[in-house]
Design a protein around this ligand. Sequence first.
Ligand code: PAF
Length: 276
Amino acid sequence: MKVFTESSKLSEALKQRKGTCGFVPTMGALHEGHLSLVDRCRKECDTVVVSVFVNPTQFNDPNDLKNYPRTAEADIALLEKAGADFAFMPSVEEIYPEKDTRVFDFGLLDKVMEGPSRPGHFNGVAQVVSRLFDIVGCDIAYFGEKDFQQIAIIREMVRQLNYPIQIVPCPIVRNPDGLALSSRNLLLTPEHRKAAPLIYQTLSEEVNLHRAFPVEETKRRVIERINANPLLHVEYFSIVNADTLQDINDWSEAENVRGCIVVHAGAVRLIDNIAM
Ligand code: PAF
Protein backbone atom coordinates (compact mmCIF):
# COMPACT_ATOMS: atom_id res chain seq x y z
CA MET A 1 0.00 0.00 0.00
CA LYS A 2 1.23 3.47 -0.85
CA VAL A 3 0.52 6.38 1.47
CA PHE A 4 0.14 9.86 -0.01
CA THR A 5 -0.25 13.22 1.65
CA GLU A 6 -0.15 15.29 -1.55
CA SER A 7 -3.11 15.26 -3.92
CA SER A 8 -0.99 15.86 -7.04
CA LYS A 9 1.15 12.79 -6.27
CA LEU A 10 -1.92 10.64 -5.60
CA SER A 11 -3.61 11.78 -8.82
CA GLU A 12 -0.38 11.07 -10.73
CA ALA A 13 -0.12 7.54 -9.27
CA LEU A 14 -3.80 6.87 -10.01
CA LYS A 15 -3.29 7.71 -13.69
CA GLN A 16 -1.43 4.37 -14.05
CA ARG A 17 -4.36 2.34 -12.72
CA LYS A 18 -6.38 -0.11 -14.78
CA GLY A 19 -10.00 -1.19 -14.28
CA THR A 20 -12.46 0.22 -11.77
CA CYS A 21 -11.33 2.51 -9.00
CA GLY A 22 -13.20 2.22 -5.71
CA PHE A 23 -12.98 4.86 -3.00
CA VAL A 24 -13.71 4.80 0.72
CA PRO A 25 -13.60 8.27 2.32
CA THR A 26 -13.08 8.20 6.09
CA MET A 27 -12.11 10.46 8.96
CA GLY A 28 -9.82 7.77 10.39
CA ALA A 29 -9.91 6.12 13.83
CA LEU A 30 -10.76 3.12 11.72
CA HIS A 31 -12.82 0.24 13.06
CA GLU A 32 -14.55 -2.84 11.66
CA GLY A 33 -17.29 -0.63 10.20
CA HIS A 34 -14.80 1.19 7.95
CA LEU A 35 -12.98 -2.06 7.21
CA SER A 36 -16.24 -3.62 5.98
CA LEU A 37 -16.40 -0.80 3.40
CA VAL A 38 -12.78 -1.39 2.38
CA ASP A 39 -13.50 -5.12 2.16
CA ARG A 40 -16.49 -4.59 -0.10
CA CYS A 41 -14.50 -2.13 -2.23
CA ARG A 42 -11.64 -4.67 -2.48
CA LYS A 43 -14.09 -7.35 -3.69
CA GLU A 44 -15.74 -5.12 -6.29
CA CYS A 45 -12.93 -2.89 -7.61
CA ASP A 46 -9.47 -3.27 -9.15
CA THR A 47 -7.97 -0.34 -7.29
CA VAL A 48 -8.87 0.60 -3.72
CA VAL A 49 -8.27 4.12 -2.43
CA VAL A 50 -9.04 5.12 1.18
CA SER A 51 -8.79 8.66 2.47
CA VAL A 52 -8.21 9.54 6.11
CA PHE A 53 -9.01 13.19 6.73
CA VAL A 54 -10.71 14.84 9.68
CA ASN A 55 -12.61 17.51 7.77
CA PRO A 56 -12.88 20.76 9.77
CA THR A 57 -15.67 22.22 7.62
CA GLN A 58 -18.18 19.58 8.76
CA PHE A 59 -17.72 20.22 12.49
CA ASN A 60 -19.93 22.92 13.90
CA ASP A 61 -18.53 22.39 17.39
CA PRO A 62 -14.81 23.25 17.72
CA ASN A 63 -14.51 20.97 20.77
CA ASP A 64 -15.89 18.05 18.80
CA LEU A 65 -13.24 18.68 16.11
CA LYS A 66 -10.49 18.96 18.73
CA ASN A 67 -11.55 15.76 20.51
CA TYR A 68 -12.14 13.70 17.38
CA PRO A 69 -9.90 10.62 17.73
CA ARG A 70 -6.80 10.64 15.50
CA THR A 71 -4.98 7.34 15.16
CA ALA A 72 -2.96 7.67 11.92
CA GLU A 73 -0.42 4.91 12.51
CA ALA A 74 -3.00 2.34 13.54
CA ASP A 75 -5.13 3.38 10.55
CA ILE A 76 -2.26 2.77 8.11
CA ALA A 77 -1.62 -0.69 9.60
CA LEU A 78 -5.33 -1.61 9.35
CA LEU A 79 -5.62 -0.39 5.76
CA GLU A 80 -2.50 -2.28 4.76
CA LYS A 81 -3.97 -5.44 6.27
CA ALA A 82 -7.34 -4.84 4.60
CA GLY A 83 -5.65 -4.74 1.20
CA ALA A 84 -6.06 -1.07 0.26
CA ASP A 85 -3.78 0.04 -2.59
CA PHE A 86 -3.58 3.73 -1.73
CA ALA A 87 -4.12 5.61 1.51
CA PHE A 88 -4.59 9.36 1.17
CA MET A 89 -3.84 11.30 4.36
CA PRO A 90 -3.77 14.98 3.43
CA SER A 91 -3.36 18.05 5.63
CA VAL A 92 -6.13 20.65 5.92
CA GLU A 93 -4.08 23.01 3.68
CA GLU A 94 -3.82 20.29 1.03
CA ILE A 95 -7.60 19.86 0.81
CA TYR A 96 -8.42 23.54 1.28
CA PRO A 97 -5.57 25.63 -0.18
CA GLU A 98 -8.20 28.35 -0.22
CA LYS A 99 -11.34 28.62 1.89
CA ASP A 100 -14.15 26.59 0.33
CA THR A 101 -17.02 29.07 0.08
CA ARG A 102 -19.42 26.86 -1.84
CA VAL A 103 -22.92 26.70 -0.42
CA PHE A 104 -25.02 23.74 -1.52
CA ASP A 105 -28.79 23.67 -1.68
CA PHE A 106 -30.08 20.27 -0.68
CA GLY A 107 -33.74 21.26 -0.55
CA LEU A 108 -35.56 19.50 2.28
CA LEU A 109 -32.90 16.81 2.72
CA ASP A 110 -30.87 18.84 5.20
CA LYS A 111 -33.78 20.60 6.87
CA VAL A 112 -34.51 17.58 9.06
CA MET A 113 -32.77 15.43 11.66
CA GLU A 114 -29.01 16.19 11.69
CA GLY A 115 -29.50 19.35 9.60
CA PRO A 116 -31.00 21.68 12.24
CA SER A 117 -28.94 20.06 15.04
CA ARG A 118 -25.62 20.58 13.22
CA PRO A 119 -25.81 23.76 11.13
CA GLY A 120 -23.36 23.66 8.20
CA HIS A 121 -22.47 20.03 8.77
CA PHE A 122 -23.80 18.64 5.49
CA ASN A 123 -22.47 21.57 3.51
CA GLY A 124 -19.03 20.71 4.91
CA VAL A 125 -19.51 17.02 4.07
CA ALA A 126 -20.45 17.91 0.48
CA GLN A 127 -17.46 20.25 0.19
CA VAL A 128 -14.94 17.66 1.32
CA VAL A 129 -16.44 14.72 -0.54
CA SER A 130 -16.52 16.69 -3.79
CA ARG A 131 -12.88 17.81 -3.23
CA LEU A 132 -11.92 14.19 -2.63
CA PHE A 133 -13.88 12.98 -5.66
CA ASP A 134 -12.03 15.57 -7.79
CA ILE A 135 -8.67 14.34 -6.53
CA VAL A 136 -9.32 10.59 -6.59
CA GLY A 137 -11.51 10.45 -9.70
CA CYS A 138 -13.03 7.12 -8.66
CA ASP A 139 -15.81 5.10 -10.32
CA ILE A 140 -17.52 3.83 -7.17
CA ALA A 141 -17.60 5.25 -3.64
CA TYR A 142 -18.65 3.38 -0.50
CA PHE A 143 -20.44 4.89 2.50
CA GLY A 144 -21.77 3.36 5.71
CA GLU A 145 -25.52 3.44 6.34
CA LYS A 146 -24.93 4.51 9.93
CA ASP A 147 -24.87 8.04 8.53
CA PHE A 148 -28.09 7.46 6.64
CA GLN A 149 -28.84 11.14 5.96
CA GLN A 150 -25.26 11.71 4.77
CA ILE A 151 -25.76 9.17 1.97
CA ALA A 152 -28.85 11.02 0.71
CA ILE A 153 -26.90 14.30 0.79
CA ILE A 154 -23.94 12.81 -1.09
CA ARG A 155 -26.24 11.27 -3.70
CA GLU A 156 -27.82 14.69 -4.22
CA MET A 157 -24.39 16.38 -4.44
CA VAL A 158 -23.30 13.78 -7.04
CA ARG A 159 -26.48 14.48 -9.00
CA GLN A 160 -26.06 18.26 -8.87
CA LEU A 161 -22.35 18.23 -9.79
CA ASN A 162 -22.77 15.46 -12.38
CA TYR A 163 -20.10 13.13 -11.03
CA PRO A 164 -19.99 9.84 -12.96
CA ILE A 165 -19.65 8.03 -9.64
CA GLN A 166 -21.79 5.24 -8.24
CA ILE A 167 -22.63 5.63 -4.55
CA VAL A 168 -22.84 2.33 -2.69
CA PRO A 169 -24.49 2.29 0.75
CA CYS A 170 -23.17 -0.46 3.05
CA PRO A 171 -24.92 -1.97 6.09
CA ILE A 172 -24.18 -0.82 9.64
CA VAL A 173 -21.66 -2.98 11.48
CA ARG A 174 -22.49 -3.57 15.15
CA ASN A 175 -20.76 -4.77 18.29
CA PRO A 176 -22.08 -8.14 19.52
CA ASP A 177 -24.27 -6.21 22.01
CA GLY A 178 -25.85 -4.21 19.16
CA LEU A 179 -24.12 -0.84 19.55
CA ALA A 180 -23.32 0.50 16.09
CA LEU A 181 -19.56 0.79 15.56
CA SER A 182 -18.41 4.40 15.67
CA SER A 183 -15.12 6.17 16.28
CA ARG A 184 -17.01 8.16 18.92
CA ASN A 185 -17.57 4.98 20.99
CA LEU A 186 -13.93 5.36 22.09
CA LEU A 187 -15.00 8.51 23.96
CA LEU A 188 -17.73 6.79 26.05
CA THR A 189 -17.14 6.30 29.77
CA PRO A 190 -17.39 2.63 30.85
CA GLU A 191 -20.85 3.36 32.37
CA HIS A 192 -22.18 5.01 29.22
CA ARG A 193 -20.68 2.25 27.06
CA LYS A 194 -22.62 -0.26 29.16
CA ALA A 195 -25.86 1.68 28.75
CA ALA A 196 -25.54 2.41 25.01
CA PRO A 197 -26.68 -0.99 23.60
CA LEU A 198 -30.19 -0.13 24.83
CA ILE A 199 -30.51 2.07 21.73
CA TYR A 200 -30.35 -0.73 19.16
CA GLN A 201 -32.11 -3.16 21.48
CA THR A 202 -35.09 -0.78 21.68
CA LEU A 203 -35.12 -0.10 17.94
CA SER A 204 -34.94 -3.75 16.96
CA GLU A 205 -37.59 -4.80 19.47
CA GLU A 206 -39.91 -2.16 18.03
CA VAL A 207 -39.21 -3.42 14.50
CA ASN A 208 -40.04 -6.95 15.64
CA LEU A 209 -43.51 -5.72 16.62
CA HIS A 210 -44.19 -5.24 12.89
CA ARG A 211 -45.80 -1.79 13.10
CA ALA A 212 -48.19 -2.88 15.85
CA PHE A 213 -48.52 0.76 16.97
CA PRO A 214 -49.19 3.93 14.97
CA VAL A 215 -46.15 6.00 13.97
CA GLU A 216 -46.50 8.64 16.73
CA GLU A 217 -46.96 6.02 19.42
CA THR A 218 -43.98 4.04 18.14
CA LYS A 219 -41.84 7.18 18.45
CA ARG A 220 -43.08 7.82 21.97
CA ARG A 221 -42.44 4.22 23.04
CA VAL A 222 -38.85 4.27 21.76
CA ILE A 223 -38.04 7.66 23.31
CA GLU A 224 -39.60 6.77 26.68
CA ARG A 225 -37.84 3.42 26.90
CA ILE A 226 -34.40 4.87 26.15
CA ASN A 227 -34.89 7.94 28.35
CA ALA A 228 -35.86 5.65 31.23
CA ASN A 229 -32.14 4.96 31.51
CA PRO A 230 -30.71 8.01 33.34
CA LEU A 231 -27.42 7.74 31.42
CA LEU A 232 -29.10 8.18 28.02
CA HIS A 233 -31.06 11.03 26.53
CA VAL A 234 -32.80 10.95 23.15
CA GLU A 235 -32.22 14.12 21.09
CA TYR A 236 -34.59 12.95 18.36
CA PHE A 237 -36.17 9.83 16.98
CA SER A 238 -37.65 10.37 13.53
CA ILE A 239 -39.60 7.89 11.46
CA VAL A 240 -39.04 8.97 7.86
CA ASN A 241 -39.54 8.11 4.23
CA ALA A 242 -36.13 6.55 3.46
CA ASP A 243 -35.86 8.37 0.11
CA THR A 244 -37.03 11.89 0.99
CA LEU A 245 -36.03 11.75 4.69
CA GLN A 246 -39.27 13.54 5.55
CA ASP A 247 -41.34 12.46 8.58
CA ILE A 248 -44.24 10.15 7.92
CA ASN A 249 -47.44 10.25 9.95
CA ASP A 250 -48.78 6.90 8.82
CA TRP A 251 -47.00 3.66 7.94
CA SER A 252 -48.80 3.56 4.60
CA GLU A 253 -47.12 6.80 3.43
CA ALA A 254 -43.90 5.20 2.22
CA GLU A 255 -42.63 1.84 1.10
CA ASN A 256 -39.15 2.25 2.59
CA VAL A 257 -39.29 3.64 6.08
CA ARG A 258 -36.32 4.37 8.33
CA GLY A 259 -36.21 5.07 12.03
CA CYS A 260 -33.33 7.50 12.71
CA ILE A 261 -32.18 8.29 16.22
CA VAL A 262 -29.67 10.42 18.08
CA VAL A 263 -28.97 9.71 21.73
CA HIS A 264 -26.66 11.57 24.09
CA ALA A 265 -24.65 9.24 26.29
CA GLY A 266 -22.87 11.69 28.61
CA ALA A 267 -20.73 13.94 26.38
CA VAL A 268 -21.04 11.62 23.37
CA ARG A 269 -23.68 11.94 20.68
CA LEU A 270 -24.57 8.51 19.30
CA ILE A 271 -26.36 8.09 15.98
CA ASP A 272 -28.14 5.00 14.72
CA ASN A 273 -30.94 3.96 12.37
CA ILE A 274 -32.98 0.95 11.39
CA ALA A 275 -35.22 -0.12 8.50
CA MET A 276 -38.75 -0.19 9.83
O1 PAF B 1 -18.67 9.72 7.22
C1 PAF B 1 -17.55 10.26 7.39
O2 PAF B 1 -16.63 9.69 7.99
C2 PAF B 1 -17.32 11.65 6.84
O3 PAF B 1 -18.46 12.44 6.95
C3 PAF B 1 -16.79 11.64 5.40
C4 PAF B 1 -17.79 11.07 4.44
C5 PAF B 1 -15.50 10.86 5.34
C6 PAF B 1 -16.50 13.09 4.97
O4 PAF B 1 -15.59 13.70 5.80
